[in-house]
Design a protein around this ligand. Structure first.
Ligand code: NAP
Length: 293
């Protein structure tokens, strides 16, 4: 992206948004916004589902060249009992931001999720496959995709991703490493497949989609796939943790309020074509992340 561009990044205090700030291309001025204060977040306390607040935000920040929207209600299990709130943040806010981006005449990237799929197909999901969410979180995120595309079809890029982890925030590899300090045996679900994706890999891809992408849906995940058990095993091995036994178990042994897609591997062909290369393999990305800690 060329000199003197200014991009608004929402969810800038979050796991992904914080990395998007750090990965901004040279010469791009980033304005981070979030509810919470954190490094690099200039616009604190702006509720993105509130049309008036978003209108005032866009006025304050002045001329922009793009928006990367990562903010979301991400408590997947709690969303089952708070679907209205989740819908406000994941659905309504996408429409509000799309309207503001449209009024500003700038392209936007909206971050989506594999949870829009039911995980029943057994094959990697392509960008244009029919969604069929099986959780409240998935329904609200799909509502957000649809709101953004309805309001601003001419310049909206949706980037669906999955199984995120990174230097900031709470995530599965971090939880496994903490548990391994307290226990000598861990039981981990071995009947759900996906692609663990590092924010260190995903964030630069979002910048490329903003700069080079078309108004389309992209899938963005690290190459290859595994189960949570596979990810736990690789995490402990790569971190050099010894003496902790990991046992595979079934989803039924760990009942959670929200259903998860069983096989939610994403076909990332469109993004690979755009960038000329796929994201790193999940194992390589995991080792890079662990080395950066
Ligand atoms: N994590 C994953 O595995 C995963 C997988 C697939 C897709 N995604 C998507 O990737 C994106 C980033 O996820 P993440 O894991 O980085 O999430 P995160 O760490 O929870 O960050 C989301 C940020 O959005 C903020 N936010 C919530 N409601 C808001 C509102 N009404 N107005 C303004 N900001 C608000 C949150 O603030 P508070 O913390 O103060 O509420 C938080 O800082 C999301 O769109 C998510 O749906 C994540």
């Amino acid at each position: 992206m060329s000199q003197s561009k200014r991009v608004l990044v929402t969810g800038a205090a979050g796991m992904l948004g914080s990395q998007v700030l750090l990965s901004a291309p040279d010469g791009v001025q980033v304005i981070g916004t979030d509810l919470a204060e954190a490094a690099g977040v200039q616009e604190v306390g702006v509720d993105l589902a509130d049309e008036r607040q978003v209108g005032e935000l866009f006025e304050r920040v002045g001329e922009l060249s793009g928006v990367i929207h990562t903010a979301a209600y991400t408590a997947v299990d709690l969303a089952e009992e708070q679907e209205e709130l989740a819908l406000r943040v994941n659905g309504t806010a996408c429409g509000v931001i799309a309207a503001a981006a449209k009024a500003a005449g700038v392209p936007q990237v909206i971050v989506g999720t594999d949870f829009v799929f039911d995980g029943e197909s057994g094959e990697a999901y392509r960008e244009d496959d029919e969604p069929n969410p099986i959780s409240a979180y998935g329904r609200t995120k799909l509502a957000g995709e649809r709101a953004a595309l309805e309001v601003y079809p001419e310049a909206t890029r949706i980037v669906r991703t999955q199984w995120l982890y990174g230097p900031r925030g709470k995530h599965f590899p971090g939880t496994m490493l903490s548990l391994a300090k307290e226990r000598d045996e861990l039981k981990v679900v071995d009947d759900q497949r996906g692609s663990p994706t590092s924010t260190l890999e995903l964030a630069p891809a979002l910048w490329d989609v903003l700069e080079l992408g078309d108004q389309a849906i992209y899938h963005a995940a690290c190459e290859g796939d595994c189960t949570w058990f596979g990810l736990a095993s690789e995490t402990l091995a790569a971190a050099g943790v010894q003496g902790v036994k990991i046992e595979p178990c079934s989803t039924d042994e760990f009942p959670r309020p929200a259903r998860r897609p069983v096989h939610s591997v994403l076909d990332c062909g469109r993004l690979t074509q755009l960038r000329g290369r796929p994201l790193a393999s999940w194992q390589e990305a995991l080792r890079t992340y662990l080395g950066s800690e």
